[in-house]
Design a protein. Sequence first.
Length: 345
Amino acid sequence: MHAIHDSAGLWTLAWRRLRADRLAMGALAVVAAFLLLLAASASGIVAADWEEEVAVNYAPPTFVAPPRAGQGAAAAHGAGGAEGPAGVPPANEFDPLAQDIRELRATLGKAVAEPAAVRAASLPFGADKWGHNIILKTIKGGETSIVVGLAAATLAVGLGTLFGAISGYHGGLVDDFFNWFYNVFTSIPSILMILTVAAVLQQKGVLTIVLILGLTGWTGPYRLIRAEYIKHKAREYVMAADAIGASAWQKMFTHIFPNVSHVALVQVSILVVGFIKAEVILSFLGFGVPVGVVSWGSMLNEAQNELILGKWWQLTAAASAMALLVTAFSLFADALRDALDPKVK
């Protein structure tokens, strides 16, 4: 009961501090907006048609609807000519292919007219080399990058919390083993560790990226959680739980964890930022999402070739979206860490 009351008081006090920080609340609003956009994209409400060709290749940014395709040709044919309206040739009873040609041209005319209405939409960030709307592509790419960041951070903190709790609570040989395991991981440069895991998995996909980042990113949370468990395991409420017959597992996760959960939450918020940027690097190096899946990393990978041609809009859209989310998440993580610090009054 003592642990539960302390945890509730800590969270209540932290929320009051966050509400008093306008910058933190603004950052939280930006993060919440991105998460809502992610949910809308995943459910198909937004950006479901991002793969439709709505413009010519590398269409530049414009806020004015471009002229519909085929309007000039229709005007020319309407002005008169031997072929009649819409370019359909007149009937000729001596030409055995005349009827087939008329049907083929009518079909082609319909196919050209259908995307014309779609191309009438404005493109504030232009189109890519396939004619896809960059804004919709950025929204869909954000869905992949944010999911990777959240899932990988949750996996990394989950592993770090589990290992840190076992190591810090039991001590002795168990602690020595986990410390050896931790030192092995931290002695290898992180980028080499990530590339090693990527080479072992040998398969592209969102799940693979989550596993790569989660299995290599648990060391930071482990170190902090282990220190917290070493500090808390000798406190009175843990001794009281031991006196009433609580098991080691219950003491670790029912009694101690509520008092150190703020450390795990802050680590999640910090790692989300790092893993979103790491996904960009992995996609840039070719270890990221597979063909057919878009992310901010794959967009930036495409943009490096477009810059040579002077096509800057895809780079601007993806980089701006990522910078806005990362900045907001970083500001909120810093504010949350300060709000949950029990030393701050």
